[in-house]
Every structure is written in structure tokens, then in C-alpha cells.
Design a protein around this ligand. Structure first.
Ligand code: PLP
Length: 446
């Protein structure tokens, strides 16, 4: 791999010369090409893409099966009204019903993950005749007004979400060790689930339509739930007649080693929301997969959340081809390589005092940092207004890794590097990516 130009020496970073749509954390990086797990910037530097851009190019970059299917659909008919029938849209809905757990088979297409979550919340409110959808503190569910109100992380909640009517969007704590004083993962599961029950009862169970959460925290922390948590939540939801919605915008489509993150929990939600990986991000597409009975009720009540580009045929063609890719080998590949990724990450935990813990599932992991001298977290995980920039070492680690040709993500609440490579990443590439992270941590802390 060629030696990359040090990040700091690249481009202007004063905010005046960088267009407003650039993430300030990727100053100077303009990505222009990609192949499999690698992307190239406009100066010819190659990077292993260990964040799949925004946790979405699950099938890698330039997958020919997907681009061919999109081209063929463009040549047949690029767009059909979302109010009319279309064969490829219907076929994708059938594919999604096939891979979704249990009796989830009613598909409502939208365009972005934010809109999918808004749709799921509105469907829940309609069928339950109740106003509230409860979500986790520190969660991210999208940037539109309604999804912003569902988002529980003040630092990523969009301005529009912050000021949108938050009626009907109460919050509860996630099942993280930093949020509870638990003796074991099982104890944590019990305390965190009891807390959800407490919040439902305090809100008034009759007023709560649903609870929504990611099966494995994505940008909100890269963490799986402790064992038994989801089973207990399912019992609580059944007892209080509250729907369970799994936000699978990041965790779906093989990311965690199954079709959906919730599959691993052996629990059937009432609705799944999806986006990103459904087309491997080759075209914008998202939606909700709801239980049969919800579909019947919605049909009686009428569904008026339709959007012009929802279920766009070219995106649906991409989705069908991506699902074929996941089914034919990519999910199996993730399962085979997960132990390699896990054991390499555990080595980092052993090797660096600054690494407090590593956690994750499949190809979605986080490396959580702590002050190597004291073992204390850099930022109090629940201090919503903490000035992270001063102490947060994640930017320096990511920059040092980018200088070694690997792009990582970052997450909250407890300061971490996020790892989410395309599912086509090879064993050799995984090893190289973690070697680069190892060296970046060394450079930042030692
Ligand atoms: N839900 C989760 C868990 C996400 O991570 C995101 C985006 O990152 C969204 C919803 C919103 O999706 P979109 O950006 O497509 O609107």
C-alpha cells in the first residue's frame, strides 16, 4: 500500500474553504473512487474503509452485481409512481418479508432511515391509539423533525429535532454498564429492563405506543445488549401492550452476522426499520417491516405516509441484488471472520492501558478509551453538555489511522472508535486494518 500524505498536511481546514457538507472530522479528504473494501481520495491515496462510509456500503464499493441490476432497471423503466404497482418493488417487498423474523411481512418503503423511523412511530401511534414512542438516551434515530425528537443524544440531535415538538418521545437509559451499578451482565440486563418498565409505568402505559431501539448500538455506542435484556423487554411490552420496534438502520443486512441484529436475540419485534445496507447504499431506500396484524389495522385506518421516491424502482433493483449478495456469501463470510476480528480487537484491549474495553458483534465493534493513567473515562458518559473536544482522543486516533491508510468511525456516549468494515473485507484486510489501529493508538497515547 502506498504511503499516505499526513492528514494535517492536506487541504485547508479553516472552514472557509471546505464546503459546508464536509464532516469537519474528515478535513481535506475527498473520496472519488472505490473498489471492494477500499476507497481512493482525489490525490490517489488508498484507504481501507473500516466504517463502510456511514455504516452502509455493506457489499463493498463497486459491486458489479448491484450496479448491473441498477443499470438494467434504468433501461427498463427508471421510475414508477409510488402510488402504482411495480414488479421490482413488489419483489423486493417479498424478499424482505422472507428474511424478516416471524410474521413481519408488511413493508412500507421510504427513502431515508429518518423517514422510516418516523413512519414506524406514526404507524405505532395509529394502531395503538396512543401518543408516545420511547427511545434510549444517547440514541440516534435520524435528523428530520420527528426522528430528531426520537434521537436521545443531545450532541447529534439535529436543531430541528431539538426544537420539534417532543411530545410523545420520552427517553430511558440504555443497557450500558456506565448507566447502572450492576455486578454481572445478567444483573445489568435485569436492572436495565426493570428501568424500562419503570419509565413505561411512569409515562402511563396506556399512553405509550411503542419503545424503539437498536438491537446493537451503532453510532450510539457500538454495544450489544447484555444477555436476557431483549427477552425481558419483550415480556414487558406484552404485559403493558406496548410495541417493540427494532431500528435496524445500521444493524440490518448482515452487519451483525445475521439478516437483522434482533435475530441474534431470539426475540420477535413488532416492527423493524431499515435503510443503509438494504441497497448497500448504492441508492437511497429505507422502510418499515411490520407484523401482519399491524398491516391489517393500517389498511383499515389508511396509510398516508407515501412519498414520491419511496420504493424507487432503481433502488429496489439494487436492494434485490444486494440481498442476493448477502445471501450467497457475505453473511457467511462475516460469520467466518468475526472470531478473527474479535480476537485481534481483544489483543488491543490487553496491549493498551488506554483501551478500556472492546465490544460489538459481527462486523460492528467499538474500541472504548479511558485515561491510561487513571482508567477513568475521558468524558463522563452521561454529561450531555461535556466539552468533548478538549479531552477526546478519538479524533487523534482516527487521524493517525487515516495516515496509515485506514478510515474508522467514532461514536458516543463513552468515547470510542467505531469499526464497521464492508462485509466483503478479507482476512488480510482485517488484519491490516487492526494493525493500523494498533499503531494509531500507540502513537496517540504512548
Ligand atoms: N437510525 C440509525 C440507527 C442510524 O444510525 C441512522 C443514521 O445514521 C438513522 C436512523 C437515520 O438514517 P438516515 O441518515 O438515512 O436518515
Amino acid at each position: 500500500m502506498q504511503e499516505n500524505v499526513p492528514h494535517a498536511d492536506r487541504g485547508e481546514a479553516d472552514g472557509e474553504t471546505i464546503p459546508h457538507w464536509h464532516d469537519p472530522k474528515s478535513e481535506g479528504m475527498t473520496i472519488v473512487e472505490g473498489e471492494d473494501a477500499t476507497v481512493y481520495d482525489d490525490e490517489g491515496n488508498a484507504y481501507l474503509d473500516f466504517v463502510s462510509q456511514l455504516y452502509c456500503t455493506n457489499a463493498g464499493h463497486s459491486n458489479e452485481a448491484i450496479t448491473d441490476a441498477m443499470t438494467a432497471q434504468m433501461e427498463r423503466i427508471p421510475y414508477v409512481s409510488s402510488a402504482k404497482g411495480n414488479d421490482v418493488r413488489d419483489a423486493l417487498a417479498a424478499d424482505l418479508a422472507e428474511i424478516a423474523p416471524g410474521s413481519l411481512s408488511e413493508v412500507y418503503f421510504s427513502i431515508s432511515g429518518s423517514e422510516a423511523n418516523e413512519s414506524a412511530a406514526q404507524i405505532a401511534r395509529t394502531v395503538q391509539d396512543a401518543p408516545k414512542v420511547l427511545t434510549r438516551w444517547q440514541s440516534y434515530h435520524g435528523g428530520t423533525a420527528g426522528a430528531g425528537a426520537l434521537t436521545g443524544d443531545p450532541s447529534t440531535r439535529s436543531t430541528v429535532g431539538r426544537y420539534a415538538a417532543t411530545t410523545g418521545s420520552g427517553k430511558f437509559l440504555p443497557p450500558l454498564p456506565t448507566a447502572f451499578d450492576a455486578d454481572s451482565p445478567e444483573d445489568l440486563a435485569e436492572q436495565a429492563a426493570d428501568h424500562v418498565e419503570f419509565v413505561i409505568r411512569n409515562e402511563g402505559a396506556d399512553s405509550v405506543a411503542a419503545i424503539m431501539m437498536e438491537p446493537v448500538g451503532g453510532s450510539s455506542g457500538g454495544y450489544p445488549a447484555p444477555p436476557g435484556y431483549f427477552e425481558r423487554l419483550r415480556e414487558i411490552c406484552d404485559e403493558y401492550d406496548v410495541l417493540l420496534i427494532a431500528d435496524e438502520v445500521i444493524t440490518g443486512f448482515g452487519r451483525c452476522g445475521d439478516w437483522f441484529g434482533i435475530d441474534t436475540e431470539d426475540v420477535e419485534p413488532d416492527m423493524i426499520t431499515f435503510a443503509k445496507g438494504v441497497t448497500s447504499a448504492y441508492a437511497p431506500l429505507a422502510g418499515v417491516i411490520a407484523d401482519d396484524w399491524i398491516g391489517e389495522t393500517v389498511r383499515e385506518e389508511g396509510y398516508d405516509l407515501g412519498q414520491t421516491f419511496a420504493g424507487h424502482p432503481v433502488a429496489c433493483a439494487a436492494g434485490r441484488a444486494a440481498i442476493d449478495e448477502y445471501e450467497s456469501h457475505l453473511i457467511d463470510d462475516v460469520r467466518e471472520l468475526t472470531p478473527v476480528l474479535e480476537s485481534r480487537l481483544k489483543e488491543l484491549e490487553d496491549a493498551h492501558d488506554a483501551v478500556r474495553t472492546v465490544r460489538g458483534r459481527g462486523f460492528l465493534w467499538s474500541v472504548v478509551f479511558a485515561d491510561p493513567e487513571t482508567g477513568e473515562p475521558f468524558v463522563h458518559p452521561w454529561a450531555a453538555d461535556a466539552d468533548e473536544d478538549e479531552e477526546n482522543p478519538v479524533a487523534a486516533v482516527r487521524e493517525a489511522a487515516a495516515d496509515r491508510g485506514v478510515i474508522f468511525g467514532s461514536g458516543r456516549p463513552d468515547v470510542q472508535v467505531l469499526i464497521s468494515p464492508p462485509l466483503c473485507t478479507t482476512r488480510d484486510e482485517l488484519e491490516r486494518g487492526i494493525d493500523a489501529l494498533d499503531a494509531a493508538i500507540e502513537e496517540t497515547f504512548e
